[in-house]
Design a protein around this ligand. Sequence first.
Ligand code: PBG
Length: 329
Amino acid sequence: MLQRPRRLRQNAAIRGIAQETRLHASDFIAPLFAVEGKKVKSEISSMPGYYRYSLDLLKEEVLELQSIGCTALLLFVKVADELKDNDGTEALNPDGLMQRAIRMIKETVPNLLLMTDVALDPFSSMGHDGIVEDGKIINDESVGALAEMAISHAQAGADFVAPSDMMDGRIEAMRIALDTAGFEDVGIMSYSAKYASCFYGPFRDALDSAPVDMINVPKDKKTYQMNPANAMEAQREVLLDLQEGADMVMVKPAMAYLDIIRQSKDISTVPVSAYHVSGEYAMIKAAAANGWLNETEAMVESLTAIKRAGADLIATYFVKDIINYLKEN
Ligand code: PBG
């Protein structure tokens, strides 16, 4: 035989030399969930080992993330029901939880890249990413609200805004709004190809942000998030976001969409990130808790596959586990 591929697999040293994809601490984005209160660290029941933190404890958490070598944070907030309305007005409150959390994090760990979630759902009494009118999520009015939200995050100190709403034209609107307000250095990581996925279920538990069950409120997000059956359409979304000025694009979820990550990487001229979402984390945790999978191996294999598919950056709830694992291995 002239070709024996197994020669490059015969021991750990040679496998290391032949290894094509390697994970590094700077590949990861740590999602953070902030809540009101003091000394609150509440576990999300469908995301074992992942917590919502009040700002005093979130401060300790971001210091720990910095100390282990994590370089990027993605901030979400859980908003009290009484502050929610259809327009997501609370999202613009300069002293809202999001804005206070941004200020605290930038004071605590000024050198970490702080990205903030821009979408109305945590603030929406309807549980939608945009404004609902007559049973529809109205695009252009929603884009206006999202652009204001981006400015509000920039004023509080965000380095990057991360629009996760999937409205049409929001990247251009946000870019213009940010520049007009003097925030030309604030970047945009666009959730470009975000699918209408069941794998966001645990996240909606974490933030209590699922669409509400009311007449004239769509029960799902399928009129704005993408159909999981589509790939060509993801390329259209990525190309549009590049034209509109996105500094990074994202594919979400990750494991079931590795082809989309690869196709996006092949056409993108900016870094491609992938979101290893809450349901993907929950699946591994649940199988491991039952003794059906080795949690560490499942984590490493999943994250390596996402990077191999073309992700330059990966948002994952395993962020601390993987970074600590990489230190030891
Ligand atoms: C909403 C948003 C969602 C996630 C991030 N931003 C859920 C949704 O679209 O309903 C999901 C993240 C995860 O599941 O980990 N703007």
